[in-house]
Design a protein around this ligand. Structure first.
Ligand SMILES: Cc1cc2nc3c(=O)[nH]c(=O)nc-3n(C[C@H](O)[C@H](O)[C@H](O)COP(=O)(O)OP(=O)(O)OC[C@H]3O[C@@H](n4cnc5c(N)ncnc54)[C@H](O)[C@@H]3O)c2cc1C
Length: 477
């Protein structure tokens, strides 16, 4: 991992991207493809610790976006960019498809309009189907469905691996990763902008603000007051793998004026997810679940798929959307202050992130103030460890185990995570710094026992490896 000094003698970067979520990591990766010195800075001690780690993990086609909006264009483009990138890097994706299910005549009446909207959003592949076909494709949904709209391109993806792949790629292209640095103030001067952070000042010519829930506060540091973030909590329930045969496709509600509604979706780890809720909060850190939220989900689930509620719930979690007073993304450049804002990336940033990065590159190029010369010495994209169920996992790979028995030694039995995979994360470009970080890289402790059986061994392996990485770091100083 690249860490950079702060204080006297510290470098002045060409661009610092604030926020190492999916959006910031994608932007840093893109800009590091040019002859620029780039840094990716985050308040947290790991990448992907914000909204990007807790969402519904659907790679959206953008069929239901607002036609003509920036979000519509970027989700549409991002869908293809991330799909291709996932194939190149090994990010788990399953092309399961979705069906919007209509439960009353009003919803049935809305389906043709949704189909037209999909076409306007560049997605012509939907089909309106009757109740019989809905039940043929989704035999386990509850009684009373009257029809549906198929969206065959909607896919499920691993949001964690997406974030790690983009950040890893950025670092391998030479970007410095500045973690544990909360930006608390900004001084813009002609020669350089100084970002005041919790771990010292960072100097840069340009700043890209991709700080998600904190993006309006950073924007205020640059003297703006153009939008405000309202954390919109989405709570989700994860059902045990036994439930997966019930749900072959994403079951979507017909969207209403108040949002996309509650869905049921398979996950790339072999579980089933029910959610999310949508509740505006004031606390930008409140990612806890609530009794009312989970009750609401159970109520919805009972109608959508009663059989699902007979399965065990493995986990519950919540993520916070960075909602604003605007329905669209807020992406604007201020050439005078050498500053670009990528804000209001509320509920589609996983899908659109790579296209957003291209859009940001275009806006920066248009200013004429930042020279963007493509590099001809770029490393290949990283090949990420597979933590999805659709491809061969290390414990299933006889040749790999014969070569290295550590891949045959399962440590986390619920999720079949091996000692070899845990070891490998510490040799990666961005090693984990916490058990939670290890979980997102390997799935260890993510299963039905939630670490009850493997917790002690996983913690011991983590501590031993983390200590070795620290000792190695000190020896190199
Ligand atoms: C419940 C839910 C379901 C969703 N489902 C989907 C889905 O199915 N498909 C989809 O495409 N999208 C979905 N989304 C949206 C998607 O998750 C987000 O749009 C995306 O993760 C936003 O990424 P980001 O990089 O902008 O923000 P984040 O991931 O939040 O990253 C921002 C980073 O900025 C850092 N930061 C903030 N302030 C500062 C500061 N002052 N100094 C330094 N660092 C700072 C934070 O620590 C954080 O790491 C969903 C969101 C939610 C909440």
């Amino acid at each position: 991992m690249t860490s950079a000094p702060t204080g006297p003698g510290a470098p002045t970067y060409d661009v610092v991207v604030i926020g190492a979520g999916i959006v910031g990591s994608a932007i840093a990766r893109t800009l590091a493809g040019y002859r620029l010195s780039v840094a990716l800075l985050d308040a947290r001690d790991d990448v992907g610790e914000g909204t990007s780690k807790a969402n519904t993990a659907i790679l959206h086609t953008g069929f239901d976006a607002k036609p003509g909006s920036l979000e519509s264009r970027l989700v549409h483009e991002g869908y293809h960019l991330l799909g291709d990138y996932a194939a190149a890097t090994g990010i788990p994706v399953e092309r399961v498809g979705a069906i919007l299910v209509a439960w009353d005549t009003e919803q049935v009446g809305n389906l043709p309009g949704l189909q037209e909207k999909a076409v306007a959003n560049g997605y012509p592949h939907t089909e309106i189907i009757g109740a019989r076909e809905v039940y043929r494709q989704l035999p386990h949904i509850g009684p009373g469905a009257l029809g549906g709209l198929t969206v065959p391109g909607e896919s499920i993806i691993c949001t964690w691996t997406t974030n790690f792949a983009l950040a890893t790629d950025a670092v391998r292209r030479g970007a410095a990763l500045l973690l544990g640095r909360r930006c608390t103030g900004v001084t813009v001067a002609e020669e350089a902008t100084v970002l005041h952070t919790s771990a010292g000042d960072v100097r840069t010519r340009w700043v890209v603000n991709a700080a998600g829930l904190g993006s309006d506060v950073i924007d205020q540091h640059f003297g703006f007051d153009r939008f405000h973030v309202t954390p919109r909590r989405g709570e989700l329930m994860v059902f045990d793998k036994q439930a997966r045969p019930l749900v072959e496709k994403i079951v979507l509600p017909v969207p209403s004026a108040v949002g996309k509604g509650v869905l049921i979706s398979p996950t790339v780890y072999g579980n089933v997810m029910l959610g999310p809720t949508a509740e505006d909060l004031t606390d930008r850190t409140d990612t806890g679940t609530s009794e009312a939220g989970l009750e609401f989900l159970l109520e919805k689930g009972r109608r959508l798929m009663p059989q699902l509620l007979q399965e065990e719930v493995t986990a519950t979690y919540a993520g916070l959307r960075a909602a604003t007073e605007f329905s669209d993304y807020v992406v604007e450049v201020d050439a005078e202050q050498r500053y670009l804002l990528a804000g209001g990336i509320r509920s589609t940033g996983l899908s659109s992130g790579m296209a957003l990065a291209e859009h940001v590159r275009g806006l920066l190029a248009e200013t004429g103030a930042l020279e963007l010369t493509p590099r001809d010495d770029l490393p290949d994209p990283p090949r990420m460890p597979n933590i999805g169920e659709a491809s061969l996992r290390p414990y299933q790979d006889a040749a790999r185990i014969a070569d290295d028995p550590a891949y045959g030694r399962i440590v986390c039995f619920c999720e079949r995570v091996t000692a070899g995979e845990i070891r490998d994360t510490f040799a990666g470009t961005i090693p984990p710094t916490t058990l939670e970080g290890l979980r997102r890289r390997t799935r260890a402790q993510n299963g039905r026992c939630q670490g009850f059986y493997c917790g002690a061994e996983v913690a011991e392996l983590f501590e031993t490896r983390a200590a070795a990485v620290t000792a190695e770091g000190q020896a190199h100083r």
